[in-house]
Design a protein around this ligand. Structure first.
Ligand SMILES: Nc1ncnc2c1ncn2[C@@H]1O[C@H](COP(=O)(O)OP(=O)(O)OP(=O)(O)O)[C@@H](O)[C@H]1O
Length: 957
């Protein structure tokens, strides 16, 4: 770099070449030598400081300075740096060819010749960069520019790490920056580590992208992308390749090379040295620098493909491929070797056409809005930022504070006082999720609800459960809608035009058929297995019906809430292939910002929200003139087990009656569930009070707790139960022909699992199987089921504070009498006993349920393992206590009374944000790594992870 001091006045600024997250790049002519054209990257100081980009600017400058010394052809050269009052200036090689990504987009895919040529140049450049102790850490086609000949140069070293700059161990280096989702390495996701081979991983992704047009790992959002990366789930993986029908035009050598690079374990990944020896490069003379550093436009037309001396791909087709057996179809020569260079020369962007002199004082450096993949910082919580943006106070000092009064001085053209910068090069691992911020529940007593539970019998309670749970939904209209218009909220608009009505299985539950919620699993697995000829839908409905009465009791949550639905466009958040510039958080942030006031409007429609143990979340409109039990008023929203569902706990503080919870079903819908204030609740009309009073179930439990309880139950029990019911034979029904198989048998489900836990619960429940779809009046034998009712825990009221608002069940639960339990004022109206309901039209088969279960761990309620016994194969406790539910509890020791079952940990951030995934993954390294998919799906993964840690901690004690 020239030592001579330069200034912006030495250059004539021309047109803008592009802009990044903290800079705008201009073409500029050197006034002293007008033939010299540069690209000048102009970074606004204010913007850099405001956006905490100081460290990136510093890194970029230092790294480019370091690398510029050796004049490698593959590195954008930094000539000068200087600054004025407002901006920093980097004078760089001018690269008129634009981004490699743009070229790739124009061409869809690169020919093999080009792919190889670019790869050779990349390998050569990476070798050089690494030899200088630099890891690029954000290698991707966007950060590769082309000169006028089509020769590539790597740019954007803002994320780089230099091992020689006092950082000796590259492996420990990289907690501060993640990269770009599609190219981020698994070791960074899993272990927060990055090494030279992480660049090689990105190289592998790029090679894949060159020949296929898309990066190998791309989910519909960053979360899914990460999941794919850590699962090595891409089209050429061992598991996927044989099903891949699009390999015909791809040289197997390329596939094998990529497969050897995209290896999860960095030490098993090919090194650059080995890559150079790969058969795909057999024809490359790595020492012939003139040849390898030709631009693609200078390449000679390759010999026709069927010539024996043509490109390597020709000869390579016969090379044996050890890694996988290549389908015969792909052992043909690719036609993609066809030369395209001259034909595509017109693709070279010409940015020199417009010559606009720009006064340097007028250079607009504003916050960049460029649509490009977001870099993922690993240091701050996007949730905290998100909340900040919304102006929500946070007591948590995160690392992302905005700097003020930073002294940016010039020691040699450009120098930034990094001491004052928000972050040093190496930063700490990501901070824990913002504790206590998201869930600062009031520690005061629960508010007095307008509707106090009455002395209704359980039967009455059950009878008043909205029929959502007794009958499958017949329609799937969306509920009250918050329409996005400038006038605020337009109430109660249905959205059939957005999500069409569907049969009973909701469209939001994509895995409904193979991923049944637990409760349904018990019945469905049995039913589906043994009812070969039955109408599956009917049986599912029956199965679902059959479990409602047993299971709802644990999770059912009814209360007055407002539900707003934010319609998306058909595409949903722009995270798809073409425009993946916007992340979910951005979208939600903007929506919430826009409708923050409206969302809390008192004029919106209150609903009763219900969450079933099977995960169904539905609501009943409060303004309905008819009873809430009318099925037409009950609307299924979503199933919380839906793996595509994200939950954003957004100050959803039910004790304080404020805030709202956001549910997002990606690309479909956002729901804002808002709690009305106490006065509004109180103002709900008296008729409502009367009719809804008994429906206020589990009101002492938090909504989010309920969600997670449902998810937990679904996740934990599904597999176990399915396993247990395997091979169980059911007795034939008395009148087989008229009664759907499987429901007519005596089924005994018992749980006798014992462990060393401290107390035990026994209960017997008579299970009523609702039979709304039974065709005729038909008496069927009663089945007896023995089931666990989720044990109530003896918990003192002081627990409220500890539990951040979670109010445990009443002491009354110690009572061995369910009827007494149900009278407890604080006790939720949990139905421990479900009495058969005989309707006019049908006779209902019933089952009796009894269980014996012990709580394995006081912190987390592990749902019972159910064992299904065919009649005559065993004895159930149910027979001894067929009708009278009994709970026998030993009092818990004081510390065990701290009942956290189903409670979301207080430091839990409910989110599927990219940050959360990374955090969860990072936590994963302390866990059993044989479970690689710790970040299976956002919130639930985070929850699982936290759960696991709690369990581990408890065990260690
Ligand atoms: N030397 C150059 N010659 C020509 N165009 C350039 C040059 N450097 C950058 N550009 C253009 O300007 C755009 C922004 O540059 P760059 O990516 O370096 O900015 P940034 O602020 O570092 O962005 P990022 O957000 O990726 O870090 C590039 O995508 C490219 O189109």
């Amino acid at each position: 770099m020239s030592s001579r001091k330069r200034s912006p006045h030495d250059f004539i600024f021309k047109e803008e070449l592009g802009h990044g997250s903290y800079s705008t790049v201009y073409k500029a002519i050197d006034k002293r030598n007008t033939k010299r054209i540069f690209a000048i990257k102009v970074c606004s100081k204010a913007h850099i400081i405001k956006e905490s980009k100081v460290k990136y600017v510093t890194i970029e400058k230092n790294t480019l300075n370091l690398l510029a010394k050796a004049h490698h052809p593959g590195i954008v050269k930094l000539y000068y740096t200087f600054h004025d009052e407002e901006n920093l200036y980097y004078v760089l090689d001018y690269l008129p060819g634009g981004e490699l990504l743009s070229l790739l987009h124009k061409m869809k895919t690169f020919s093999e010749v080009w792919s190889k040529h670019f790869t050779v140049q990349l390998v050569d450049t990476l070798e050089f960069i690494h030899s200088q102790g630099v890891i690029h850490r954000d290698l991707k086609p966007e950060n590769v520019l082309l000169d006028r000949d089509g020769k590539l140069m790597i740019t954007d070293f803002g994320a780089a790490y230099t091992t020689t700059a006092g950082n000796n161990d590259a492996n420990k280096s990289s907690s501060s920056f993640v990269g770009t989702a599609e190219y981020v390495s698994p070791e960074l996701l899993l272990h927060n580590q990055c090494s030279f081979s992480s660049d090689v991983w990105a190289l592998g992704c790029m090679i894949f992208q060159f020949v296929t047009g898309s990066p190998p790992f791309r989910g519909e959002n960053e979360l899914k992308t990460f999941e794919k990366i850590v699962a090595l789930d891409y089209p050429w993986s061992s598991t996927n390749i044989h099903n891949n029908k699009f390999l015909n035009n791809i040289n197997p050598l390329i596939i094998n090379l990529v497969r050897k690079i995209l290896v999860l374990e960095p030490k098993d990944r090919l090194s650059l040295k080995k890559i150079k020896q790969d058969p795909w490069f057999a024809t490359v003379n790595w020492n012939d620098r003139n040849t390898i550093w030709k631009g693609i436009w200078q390449l000679q037309l390759p010999t026709p493909v069927n010539s024996s001396s043509s490109s390597s791909s020709t000869s390579s087709a016969s090379v044996s491929i050890p890694e996988y057996s290549i389908p015969s179809t792909i052992n043909t020569i690719s036609t993609s070797t066809t030369p395209r260079s001259s034909a595509h020369q017109h693709l070279l962007p010409s940015r020199q056409l417009h010559v606009i002199d720009t006064s340097i004082r007028n250079i607009p450096i504003t916050k960049q809005k460029r649509k490009k993949p977001t870099k993922i910082p690993n240091t701050t919580s996007s949730i905290v930022e998100w909340r900040k943006k919304l102006g929500i106070s946070s007591n948590n000092n995160n690392n992302n504070h905005v700097l003020t009064n930073i002294d940016i001085t010039d020691t040699e053209g450009l120098s930034i006082d990094t001491e004052l910068s928000s972050s040093n090069f190496i930063t700490n691992p990501p901070p824990p999720p913002p504790t206590q911020i998201l869930r600062q529940h009031s520690q005061s007593s629960p508010p007095s609800y307008p509707n106090t539970s009455s002395n209704l019998t359980l039967e009455q309670v059950i009878d008043q459960i909205p029929t959502e749970y007794k009958q499958s939904p017949t329609k799937n209209k969306m509920g009250p809608t918050l329409m996005m218009n400038n006038n605020g909220i337009s109430e109660n608009q249905t959205q059939d035009h957005i999500i069409p009505s569907t049969p009973p299985v909701p469209p939001f539950f994509p895995h409904s058929s193979n991923r049944s919620p637990i409760s349904t699993s018990v019945s469905m697995s049995t039913l589906d297995k043994y009812l070969n000829n039955a109408d599956i839908n009917k049986n599912r409905k029956l199965a679902k019906d059959s479990v409602i009465n047993i299971t709802n009791e644990s999770v059912l949550k009814q209360d007055y809430v407002y539900i707003y639905t934010i319609p998306f466009k058909a595409d949903g958040p722009a995270m798809c292939l073409d425009s993946y510039s916007q992340i979910d958080n951005d979208l939600i942030t903007s929506l919430v910002s826009k409708y923050k006031t409206s969302l809390k409007s008192v004029n919106t429609l209150p609903c009763i929200l219900m969450l079933g143990k099977n995960g169904d979340l539905s609501y009943v409109k409060n303004n309905s003139p008819t009873s809430p039990t009318a099925s037409k008023n009950s609307e299924l929203m979503v199933n919380v087990a839906d793996s595509d569902l994200s939950m954003y706990d957004f100050e959803f503080d039910e004790l304080a009656r404020k805030g709202f919870l956001i549910l997002e079903r990606y690309r479909k819908k956002l729901w804002f569930i808002s709690l009305p204030s106490i006065p509004i609740l109180s103002s709900i009309s008296p008729p409502s009070q009367t009719s809804y009073d008994p429906l206020v179930v589990n009101r002492e439990k938090g909504w989010v707790d309920c969600f997670f309880k449902a998810r937990q139950l679904i996740e934990e029990d599904e597999k176990r139960v399915v396993d247990k019911v395997k091979g169980i034979k059911l007795s034939p029904p008395a009148e087989k022909s008229k009664i759907p198989k499987g429901l007519d048998s005596t089924v005994t489900i018992s749980n006798e699992k014992t462990n060393n836990a401290s107390y035990k619960t026994n209960s017997t429940t008579t299970l009523k199987i609702a039979t709304s779809t039974f065709p005729t009046k038909k008496e069927v034998p009663q089945a007896q089921l023995t089931s666990d009712t989720f044990p109530a825990t003896n918990t003192s009221e002081t627990t409220v504070a500890k539990n951040n608002g979670f109010v445990p069940p009443s002491k009354n639960l110690n009572n061995n009498n369910t009827n007494n339990i149900m009278k407890g004022k604080q006790q939720s109206l949990v139905s421990k006993r479900v009495t058969p309901i005989a309707t006019k039209d049908r006779t209902v088969p019933t089952a009796q349920v009894s269980t014996s279960s012990r709580i394995k761990h006081p912190h987390y309620m592990i749902p019972p393992t159910l064992r299904v016994q065919a009649p005559g194969q065993g004895h159930s406790r149910s027979t001894s206590q067929p009708t009278s539910p009994v709970l026998s509890h030993k009092p818990l020791s004081p510390q065990l009374t701290y009942n956290k079952k189903y409670q979301m940990p207080s430091n839990m951030v409910v989110s599927s944000s990219r940050y959360e995934v990374i955090h969860t993954l990072n936590q994963g390294k302390t866990r059993n790594l044989s479970e690689p998919n710790v970040a299976s799906s956002g919130a639930s993964a985070a929850f699982k992870n936290l759960q696991q840690r709690r369990k581990d901690e408890a065990l260690n004690k």
